[in-house]
Design a protein around this ligand. Structure first.
Ligand SMILES: Nc1nc2c(ncn2[C@@H]2O[C@H](COP(=O)(O)OP(=O)(O)O)[C@@H](O)[C@H]2O)c(=O)[nH]1
Ligand SMILES: [Mg+2]
Length: 444
C-alpha cells in the first residue's frame, strides 16, 4: 500500500467558512506535511503550526494532524491540515502541497483507497457518499447503519448460507452414486427456499432504502380535467402547473421534488390520458405513459362527480402491472355522500377534504417500514445484484426439484454467491475452498 502516489484535496465544501480542511493520503503525506510546517509532526497528536510557501512566507496558521498507516481512514499515511476556510487561501495551500509532491485526488479517491486497503467494503464506502448526500433524517440514519456495516453483515450472512449449500452440493458430487439420496436427505429444497426468502427480505428493505435515497416517484394520472394539476399544486405548495377547465391543458410532464413527512417524493403531473389528434398532446400522453410505467406509485384521479366512466375503465385496463391507487377527486361536487364508495379515497383540493389522509397513505408505507430501523440505504446496483441472486436461487431450486441432482444447481449457486459478493466487493474462490476444508474432512 505504500507504493501509491500521494493524493491531496480540499475536504471542506467550496466557499467561505471558519475553517477549511486539506487532506493528504499516501507515502509522502508525512514529508509533505512536515515541509509545509517546516517542522516535525508527531504521531496522532494535534499541533498548532504555521504553514509556509516555497519562499518561506507564512500562508496561514492552523492545526495539523498525522495519522500513520494502517490505522487511518484510507489505510495509508494521512495528514490533515485545518486552515482558515477561504477559497483562495485553500487553493494556495493545495498548490503548495502539490509542489511538495502530492497530486490532486479524484472524487472518492480517499474512500477508494480505504476500500482497496480493506478498511471498508464497497457497500460501506458507498454509504459514506450516501450519508453525506442524504436528503432526509431517515436517509441519513439508514446510511449510517450501512456505514457501520449492518448492510454488509446481512449480505455476508446470506453468503454464508449459500456457501453452506455449496459445500454440501459440491461434496455430494464427489459421491456420484449416492448423490441423490445424499441431497434428498439434507432437505436441500427447503434450504434453497429459506435462502430465497432471506434474500427477498433484504431486497424489500433495500427497495425501501432506495426510496429514502432517491425519493418515491409518484405519478398523477387520469383523464383530462380530473384535477391532477390542482393536486400537484397542493402538494408542491405553489402554482407549479397551470390549472384551467380546458381539457388537455397539461402536456409536458411536470416534475416537482417535495418532501412529505420527511420522505422525499418526486411527483410528476402528466397530460390527461385520452385519444387526441393534436400531435403535441399525443406526445404528452406518450410521455405520461412512460412515467406511469416506471413509477414507484401512481395515483389515478377520477372526477368524483362523474364516477368511473368507460374512458377511466380503458385506462385501468392498461394499469395491469402498475402499482396504482384510485383517488376520487373534486369530492366537494359530490353532495350526496350516500353515493360514495366507502373503501375509496375521496379528495377535494377546493375544500381540503381527504388530502391529509391521502398524504398519510402515500408516506405511510415507507414510514412503517422505516420505523423498525431495518431499512438499508441501497443503490440500484445493490438491488440489481439482489434481484439476480434471487433469480439464481429460484433457478437452482427449479433445477434441483426437476432433476434431484446437484450438478446444475452447483453452478447456479456459485453465480448467486458471486452476485451477492458484488455488493460488498468481495469475491474470492479461496473463501470457498477454505470453508470446504474446514467443515468437511472427506477421505481423511
Ligand atoms: N370543484 C372542484 N374543482 C376542482 C378541484 N380540483 C380541480 N378542479 C377544477 O377542475 C378543473 C381541471 O383541473 P386541473 O387540475 O387542471 O385538472 P387536470 O387536467 O387533471 O390537470 C379546473 O377547473 C379546476 O379548478 C376540486 O377539488 N373541486
Ligand atoms: Mg393538468
Amino acid at each position: 500500500m505504500a507504493n501509491r502516489d500521494t493524493i491531496a484535496a480540499i475536504a471542506t465544501p467550496p466557499g467561505v467558512g471558519g475553517i477549511g480542511v486539506i487532506r493528504l493520503s499516501g507515502s509522502l503525506a508525512l514529508s509533505i506535511g512536515e515541509s509545509l510546517i517546516q517542522g516535525s509532526l508527531p504521531v496522532r497528536q494535534v499541533r498548532f503550526r504555521r504553514f509556509y510557501d516555497a519562499s518561506q512566507q507564512v500562508l496561514d496558521h492552523g492545526i495539523c494532524f498525522y495519522c500513520p498507516e494502517p490505522h487511518s481512514f484510507s489505510g495509508e499515511d494521512v495528514v490533515e491540515i485545518q486552515a482558515h476556510g477561504g477559497p483562495v487561501l485553500l487553493d494556495m495551500l493545495l498548490e503548495r502541497v502539490c509542489e511538495l509532491g502530492a497530486r490532486l485526488a479524484r472524487a472518492g479517491e480517499f474512500s477508494e483507497r480505504a476500500f482497496l486497503n480493506g478498511k471498508l467494503d464497497l457497500a460501506q464506502a458507498e454509504a459514506i457518499a450516501d450519508l453525506i448526500e442524504s436528503g432526509s433524517r431517515a436517509a441519513a440514519k439508514a446510511a449510517m447503519r450501512s456505514l457501520e456495516g449492518e448492510f454488509s453483515a446481512r449480505i455476508r450472512h446470506l453468503v454464508e448460507d449459500i456457501i453452506g449449500l455449496r459445500v454440501y452440493t459440491e461434496s455430494a458430487l464427489d459421491f456420484a452414486e449416492e448423490e441423490i439420496d445424499f441431497l434428498a436427505d439434507a432437505n436441500i429444497s427447503e434450504k434453497l427456499l429459506d435462502c430465497q426468502q432471506a434474500i427477498e427480505q433484504v431486497l424489500q428493505q433495500a427497495e425501501q432504502g432506495r426510496i429514502l435515497k432517491d425519493g418515491l416517484s409518484l405519478v398523477l394520472a387520469g383523464l383530462p380535467n380530473a384535477g391532477k394539476s390542482s393536486l400537484l399544486n397542493h402538494l408542491a405548495g405553489y402554482e407549479a402547473a397551470i390549472v384551467t377547465d380546458i381539457p388537455g391543458t397539461t402536456r409536458d410532464v411536470i416534475h416537482e421534488h417535495i418532501s412529505l413527512k420527511g420522505i422525499p417524493i418526486k411527483v410528476r403531473d402528466t397530460a390527461g390520458l385520452r385519444d387526441s389528434d393534436n400531435p403535441v398532446e399525443r406526445e404528452g400522453i406518450k410521455r405520461a405513459w412512460q412515467e406511469i410505467n416506471k413509477a414507484d406509485a401512481v395515483l389515478l384521479l377520477v372526477d368524483a362527480s362523474q364516477g368511473i366512466t368507460p374512458d377511466d375503465e380503458a385506462i385501468i385496463q392498461q394499469l395491469d402491472s402498475v402499482n396504482y391507487q384510485l383517488v376520487y377527486s373534486k369530492c366537494d361536487l359530490l353532495t350526496d355522500r350516500g353515493r360514495r364508495n366507502k373503501k375509496a379515497n375521496y379528495i377535494s383540493v377546493h375544500s381540503g377534504e381527504g388530502l391529509e389522509a391521502l398524504i398519510n397513505q402515500i408516506t405511510g408505507e415507507v414510514q412503517d417500514f422505516n420505523q423498525d430501523n431495518q431499512t438499508i440505504l441501497a443503490r440500484r446496483r445493490h438491488i440489481e445484484a439482489l434481484q439476480r441472486a434471487r433469480q439464481g436461487l429460484m433457478q437452482a431450486r427449479q433445477v434441483f426439484n426437476d432433476t434431484g441432482s446437484g450438478e446444475l444447481m452447483a453452478e447456479d449457486l456459485r453465480q448467486v454467491q458471486q452476485d451477492l459478493n458484488e455488493i460488498t466487493g468481495e469475491f474470492n474462490t479461496e473463501d470457498l475452498l477454505g470453508q470446504i476444508f474446514s467443515r468437511f474432512c472427506i477421505g481423511k
